[in-house]
Design a protein. Structure first.
Length: 340
């Protein structure tokens, strides 16, 4: 009896198919051996290119979407989601948006600030650093982040070089203010994050924030005309001379803010920020990155190697920022019994 294949013979593949299959398998093994991260790198490159194309589309359409715009949208979309966690206190997206509105309203009422004016910010890591930063950005001001580790002559140089209309000082830096106040330019209006002041001609901010409205400021004040507009001054540490200001544009903030997203972080992540907010790693990549994701960040007053992992466990941190010698400090910590 004849077999089925005699009536319907199986098709014979072309002679080049086995060779091609061997070639593909060989390329696969060579790629795994010599370029093990090829596909991961390619996916990352495609993500970055996609983000760049989106920015280019905004430019071609005449749309200017800033990180601040994204934050305001998130405050509407997810108002009750934690944005900042600081010393155990939760500040939601709505909380931060409304308090920054209050600060914007204070300066709108008490200072003749124009769009594009510079305001210098001398504050440590605390939620009000971000509230003041965002509030001034909503007025269209350029904010200069001052390094609070810089003192007297170098600090005066930073203030004079950015020519601010206003200097805002944190309550824990009043000693630093006392050092420079006699030498400060007379046309700089000084505000401190306190309810009362012993300094002559220094304005208080906390009392006025409590009485201010939470209403948003006019949109035309904060709307950006161009992604290349300057919005921040971030100073170098001054290790090789006097500190110098790096001029940061809206576009540079957007690029920095995309870093965590590009490396795979999501809106479900909790980001631990221990670096000083006057540094671009903490402010642009950290706070900006948190906004790009719509995520939550845990803000630390200052880096503490002994408290680092306890904080990570306490707040369920999933993403940390590394810079300089931070990891070496953590590895040099003594092993604690019972903790893995």
């Amino acid at each position: 009896m004849r077999g089925w294949d005699e009536f319907y013979p199986l098709p014979v593949p072309p002679s080049w198919v086995p060779g091609a299959a061997v070639g593909i398998l060989s390329l696969h093994f060579i790629q795994k051996l010599l370029f093990p991260y090829f596909w991961a790198d390619l996916r990352y490159l495609l993500k970055v290119m996609t983000y760049g194309l989106r920015m280019e589309m905004y430019r071609l359409q005449g749309r200017v979407v800033t990180v601040l715009d994204k934050f305001v949208k998130l405050a509407e979309k997810q108002p009750h989601k934690p944005f900042l966690i600081y010393e155990g206190t939760v500040h939601t997206y709505r909380d931060v948006d409304r308090r920054s509105n209050r600060i914007a309203q204070v300066f709108l009422q008490h200072e003749a600030l124009k769009k594009g004016d510079t305001v210098a910010l001398l504050m440590g890591n605390e939620p009000d650093f971000i509230h003041v930063w965002f509030g001034l950005a909503k007025l269209g001001c350029v904010v200069a982040f001052l390094n609070f580790n810089v003192r007297f002559r170098s600090l005066l140089h930073c203030v004079s070089s950015c020519e601010p209309k206003i200097l805002v000082v944190g309550a824990d830096l009043l000693g630093t203010l006392e050092e420079i106040l006699p030498k400060l330019q007379k046309d700089v209006s000084v505000w401190i994050m306190a309810k009362d002041s012993t300094f002559p001609s220094v304005h208080t901010l906390l009392d006025k924030i409590e009485a201010a409205s939470e209403d948003p400021v006019p949109v035309n004040r904060c709307s950006a005309n161009s992604l290349k507009s300057s919005v921040l001054y971030i100073f170098t540490s001054g290790t090789t001379g006097l500190p110098k200001a790096a001029v940061i544009s809206n576009l540079q903030i957007l690029k920095g803010a995309a870093g965590l997203w590009a490396f795979g972080a999501t809106s479900e992540d909790i980001i631990y920020i221990t670096l000083p907010l006057y540094h671009s790693a903490a402010s642009l990549l950290g706070i900006g990155g948190c906004i790009e994701l719509g995520a939550t960040c845990v803000l630390k007053k200052k880096f503490s190697a002994s408290q680092f992992w306890n904080d990570c466990r306490r707040y369920n941190v999933t993403v940390i920022q590394y810079i300089g010698e931070l990891c070496r400090y953590l590895c040099n910590q003594p092993v604690v019994s019972g903790i893995k």
